[in-house]
Ligand binder design. Sequence first.
Ligand SMILES: Cc1cc2nc3c(=O)[nH]c(=O)nc-3n(C[C@H](O)[C@H](O)[C@H](O)COP(=O)(O)OP(=O)(O)OC[C@H]3O[C@@H](n4cnc5c(N)ncnc54)[C@H](O)[C@@H]3O)c2cc1C
Length: 489
Amino acid sequence: MSSLSNSLQLKHGLALCCPHSSSLTRPHPSSSIGFRSFHRNFVVASSFSNDNREFVIVGGGNAAGYAARTFVENGMADGRLCIVSKEAYAPYERPALTKGYLFPLDKKPVRLPSFHTCVGSGGERQTPEWYKEKGIEMIYEDPVTSIDTEKQTLTTNSGKLLKYGSLIIATGCTASRFPEKIGGNIPGVHYIRDVADADSLISSLEKAKKVVIIGGGYIGMEVAAATVGWKLDTTVIFPENQLLRRLFTPSLAQRYEELYKENGVKFLKGVSIKNLEAGSDGRVAAVKLGDGSIVEADTTIIGIGAKPTASPFEVVGLNTTVGGIQVDGLFRTSIPGIFAVGDVAAFPLKMYDRVARVEHVDHARRSAQHCVKALLSAQTHMYDYLPYFYSRVFEYEGSPRKVWWQFYGDNVGETFEIGNFDPKIATFWIDSGKLKGVLLESGSAEEFELLPELARNQPSIDKTQLRKASSVEEALEIAKASLLNEQKA
Ligand SMILES: Cc1cc2nc3c(=O)[nH]c(=O)nc-3n(C[C@H](O)[C@H](O)[C@H](O)COP(=O)(O)OP(=O)(O)OC[C@H]3O[C@@H](n4cnc5c(N)ncnc54)[C@H](O)[C@@H]3O)c2cc1C
């Protein structure tokens, strides 16, 4: 990575900051992910009048909203930035769709414009008017369908030809679907990725009596908590033997499962689906399981994961292991001037020395900000992300118990569970004597603030002492003391 010390060489869009140059040819640095070494012409434009856009972001989601904010903060948005979006709305905080958006209609559900980015991180609410005021060109409901990397042009579904100087791909993920032949497209079968999906689900919930949720991950858990609020008969079906298997320990998963059961949710675990069946009205009527048994349903929500939306940008270089578009620690793809951020980016997870794709909002926000800063300034430090996942459910008015957990780090090694879930509980992951990951349910603000410190610094932990901790507070004190001792030493 020797070339990374030369900040001038690193800035794909740097020359674009000089409005008087008409074009610039310069070499692209080599990098650890094998950039091709060739020259590239940058077309410079200081306004949209000649239809050349200096900076184009494709995808108007979470990452796009935070990227736009960073362009504005750097004085580089006005007349220079264009966002091309498939959706009809300005960027919003997507996690809200399975949380406040699905609250029962009499329990003050949230609706746009209340959750436009960047409210999720305490920032300004960027409504469509905000983009106008900041001179950002927004193209709605017109997805990009092709790219010509030589001519530096994009074509949209409606046939618009957009020229770009620098391009940021922020196309996120697409919900995985059941194939049509097993009923994946029957009316009443829902997937949830955007506002239109959530609205369609709500219109089904208004008439629903029996809901079947397929999938025991984030989406399944969050939608089930919502349908409890709607007082609907809810069954969650999934092939694994526990909830949220990618993160939770079996014991933690069991605690959450019990909580859902106390709220009336039924679970069918370790079960495969044969197909979804339509009734005489053409709407979904039942879910047929692998063993031939039938679960009645008038509404089904499928939450079986998501796939990175790399199309039509495959040409910039994909990662074949984790999927998505391969980038380096400054979010540069293999083609000069083209970057990728958020869910779609396969990036070096420096802390754990591996390439990862992270489908979580914190990474979408941070990667977008890091990428734009690197693009516009001399910032050359590599992205150094600490994985952070969270969920919040049962938060509607009148709910007997709210659930809010946060996880930081890596879920590797031996696990230690402290607390009895009333409502607090913590799980510590310890590998080679060091704390690698920590999850906390219902912590205080100070306790939640401690988690990233612990996961980032990975203090050595006395496992015997931790095992003996009689409360979450005591366990966190033990971890904090180890951290402080190591910091003093
Ligand atoms: C229902 C739901 C709940 C979630 N809850 C949580 C949570 O609790 N905690 C958490 O950490 N994360 C959560 N996530 C994940 C989080 O929302 C994502 O990680 C985040 O939105 C990723 O941001 P992004 O900008 O990369 O992608 P997105 O926000 O998905 O935005 C991508 C945008 O690109 C658009 N697009 C795609 N292709 C094109 C194209 N060719 N042309 C133009 N536009 C295109 C899409 O329509 C979309 O608007 C949730 C996700 C969903 C769907």
